[in-house]
Design a protein around this ligand. Structure first.
Ligand code: C2E
Ligand code: CA
Ligand code: CA
Length: 277
């Protein structure tokens, strides 16, 4: 598009123009990277806060651009969302993660959590895709958790409701990512087949600094308790936060305190090393 000449963009401020061109370039490069299977999937341990055992992993996509180096997902996922590239990208991650996790089911089953973008949930083929992936990978459905964004619950699309019901019927678990940072009414939470609430990092940051700072994390734990939902806290960066969350009754956590997301081979090594202290 940028080859069409400059006057087409006459109404853009120069900085907007540069931003748009950069985005289009990024989208083009991302398309190529997906086609060439250059994206990688890393795994961040989900840890039992009481005993330190690894009980699962969240799959997180990684992209190292040949010239620009590593590009953070927060930069290219929104571009993938806008362009529709999130569909091939998301299904590639799902496929890779399920295959890896199928090898991590012994001696104890391990949960694998995969992020599903709003656009994927709106895709009519999403149910079929997940079902095929489970079949081909041999992963038991109950070992797969799909993380969705809270916005899906708030927007008044019945499409999302029926898609989520369809996914749930496959036997997978559904988690709400960054719960409490979007806008969803609590009444809608109950009408969706949700299993897990994830406490977002900003709510975890101050958790060890006293009741005022831990109020939001506690509110989510109470809500989950009342509704019979499970909870995972994310972004745990130190031992004090882990200890306080454990004291508040949060069963599972993830964060740099335990481990960053690592390649599959390294995750396998973490698993065989046993529990975190
Ligand atoms: P998210 O789903 O909330 O994933 C958690 C993010 O927090 C990850 O960032 C993870 O590396 C980071 N994190 C975990 N523990 C800590 C900690 O203790 N401290 C800090 N500072 N950060 C921590 P990452 O991998 O950069 O991903 C960012 C976001 O990009 C994700 O947020 C998710 O929304 C999106 N994303 C990543 N992979 C995928 C994917 O395969 N599909 C989709 N749709 N989105 C993805
Ligand atoms: Ca997530
Ligand atoms: Ca999150």
């Amino acid at each position: 598009a940028k080859r069409r000449g400059r006057n087409r963009y006459a109404y853009f401020a120069p900085s907007m123009h540069a931003g748009l061109v950069e985005k289009l370039d990024l989208a083009e490069d991302l398309r190529g990277a997906i086609e060439r299977h250059e994206l990688q999937v890393y795994y961040q341990p989900l840890v039992d806060l009481a005993g330190g055992a690894i009980v699962g992993a969240e799959a997180l996509v990684r992209w190292t651009h040949p010239e620009k180096g590593p590009i953070p997902p927060d930069r290219f996922i929104p571009v993938a969302e806008e362009t529709g590239l999130i569909l091939p990208l998301g299904y590639a991650v799902l496929n890779t993660a399920c295959r890896a996790a199928a090898a991590w089911q012994h001696p104890v089953p391990l949960r694998i959590s995969v992020n599903l973008s709003p656009r994927q949930v709106q895709d009519p083929a999403v149910g079929l895709y997940v079902r095929q992936t489970l079949l081909h990978s041999g992963l038991p459905p109950e070992s797969l958790t799909l993380e969705i964004t809270e916005s899906l619950l708030s927007e008044d699309h019945e499409v999302a409701a029926s898609r989520l019901a369809e996914l749930k019927a496959l036997g997978v678990r559904l988690a709400v990512d960054d719960f409490g940072t979007g806008y969803s009414s609590l009444s809608r939470l109950q009408s969706f087949p949700i299993d897990i609430l994830k406490i977002p990092k900003p709510f975890v940051d101050g958790v060890a600094f006293g009741p005022g700072q831990s109020a939001l994390a506690r509110a989510i734990l109470d809500l989950a308790d009342a509704l019979g939902l499970q909870v995972v806290a994310e972004g745990i960066e130190d031992a004090a936060q882990a200890a306080e969350l454990r004291r508040l009754g949060c069963p599972i956590g993830q964060g740099f305190h335990f481990s960053r997301a690592v390649p599959a081979g390294e995750f396998g090594a973490l698993l065989s090393r046993g529990a975190f202290a």
